[in-house]
Design a protein around this ligand. Sequence first.
Ligand SMILES: [Cu+2]
Length: 234
Amino acid sequence: MRKGIVQLVAIGVGIGVVLTLVAVLFKWLPTSASEEFDRIQDLYWFATIISIGIFSLVTAVVVYSVWKWRVPDDDDADGPPIHGHTGLEILWTAVPAVLVIAIGVFSAVVLAQNGRAGDRPLEVEALGQQFAWKFTYSDFDDVASGELVLPLGREVRFTMRAVDVIHSFWVPNFGQKMDAVPGITTEILVTPTRLGEFAVVCAELCGLGHATMRAKARVVRPAEFEAWIEERQA
Ligand SMILES: [Cu+2]
């Protein structure tokens, strides 16, 4: 019995180590460049760690059972009738219920934090049309630009609109995606945390030129942003 448990645990730990290496060594997500994406990645890791634990446990029991209680080749008899195990059934209902609720609560907290606009966010309107983005800075005399320039560390509220068909505003490094739909306005909040250039992509098939509907997002220091805006206003 003792030896069996040790073997079972060893199999489970082995599977867990392999899965952890797969999760850690491969780069599954883009590098985060926003506070919002940081929170989303924390949530992904929380769910991933739980998944690795559950998968290792279940797979270890299956592998151990198949290996340990395999029927001999010439054994055609039915197995002994068993009723089941009430304690185990309660356990494997209660534990997943708690874990799913925990993931749900964590998700709700991240969603609430990512949806809360702080004091005076920078307002940027992202207008989608076949096949380009136009960004308008309503805080600065409606300065418009095909390139998205943002100051580091300041919360930005994107208001999405579309001229013709449905488009979807997506900067993979900001971690969020939002449809731009004709007739309504939608919004997301982004707080850039990393200087550099990032791709703005249309993530909704919007016609023949969909694949070319790309723009550049540039996150710069606040002073550089002010200078860029002034130059545009002039
Ligand atoms: Cu589009």
